[in-house]
Design a binder for this molecule. Structure first.
Ligand code: FE
Ligand code: FE
Ligand code: ZN
Length: 275
């Protein structure tokens, strides 16, 4: 089963997102838990959440992949700002419990000159506070392009966070643009990259994909997304991704520069690649 979707606007509510997803041929989707470039969150609506949960089930959707705000940096240098970021994480996770069985993905953080080790330990501190045992939503760390002081550009860094938190509950969302920009040759050797992921982290931890082409060449550490088939990855790479036995059943989220009609086309295109 291919679970394909894209980022949707959360402003009209969860049930509305399920309907929008269905209208563009999606059977999963992503949404920002709050303003992606700010921190404001919407008022909670338990009835809307309940209706959305029912609609997702009725339409056999794959797991949703909610996305934390870009501004939430758990390893920023200022202690006050770091505490605020950790509070945002806690609040997001508490809210996501109304959508049980789904994923909450976020960018691990940028250490802003504090060093990778310090950054990782600060991210772990926040996650240890936020994660409660038996929590109904799985937290996913996103693979990053390694731009600036971003943490998560290497599989080893994600593994260090998971080990530091000491929770088995944390998974990974692999972003195809980011890993290629980060220097993992998914175009030339997808099997090799997945073998490396398995060796360092374990493929059982791979829970979701962000499927984006890249505006920049392999290893550029840039992070600019391109439409599917129009970047340095190319359509053939996505044919391999959607047909790979390890990846096939995972929710695949488009974060390409598109509006809804463009997303509908990309979803149809990706479905047409399925062998
Ligand atoms: Fe992301
Ligand atoms: Fe992404
Ligand atoms: Zn990106």
């Amino acid at each position: 089963m291919l679970y394909l979707g894209c980022h949707l606007s959360a402003s009209a509510g969860n049930l509305e997102m399920v309907k929008t997803a269905q209208s563009i041929g999606a059977n999963t989707f992503a949404f920002f838990t709050r303003n992606p470039r700010g921190s404001r969150a919407k008022k909670e609506d338990p009835i809307d959440c309940e209706k959305a949960v029912q609609a997702l089930k009725a339409a056999s959707f794959g797991p949703l992949v909610a996305h934390g705000a870009y501004t939430m940096n758990l390893c920023t240098a200022d202690p006050e700002a770091r505490r605020f970021a950790a509070e945002v994480l806690c609040d997001d996770l508490r809210r996501m419990a109304r959508l049980p069985g789904n994923y909450y993905n976020f960018h691990p953080g940028s250490h802003v000159g504090q060093g990778v080790e310090t950054g990782i330990s600060q991210i772990c501190d926040a996650l240890k506070l936020a994660l409660a045992p038996g929590y109904p939503v799985t937290v996913l760390l996103e693979t990053m392009a390694g731009k600036g002081s971003e943490i998560g550009g290497r599989f080893e860094e994600l593994k260090a966070i998971m080990d530091g938190v000491g929770s088995n509950e944390i998974g990974v969302c692999l972003d195809t643009c980011h890993v290629s920009d980060g220097g993992y040759p998914i175009v030339e050797d997808l099997d090799g990259v997945l073998a490396e992921f398995d060796r360092i982290i374990g493929l059982d931890k791979l829970k979701a994909l962000h499927i984006n082409d890249s505006k920049n060449p392999f290893g550029s550490h840039k992070d600019r997304h391109a439409p599917i088939g129009e970047g340095s990855l190319g359509l053939e790479a996505f044919r391999q991704v959607v047909n790979h036995p390890v990846l096939k059943g995972l929710p695949m989220i488009l974060e390409t520069p598109q509006e809804l009609p463009g997303y509908a086309q990309e979803i149809a295109l990706l479905r047409s690649l399925e062998e």
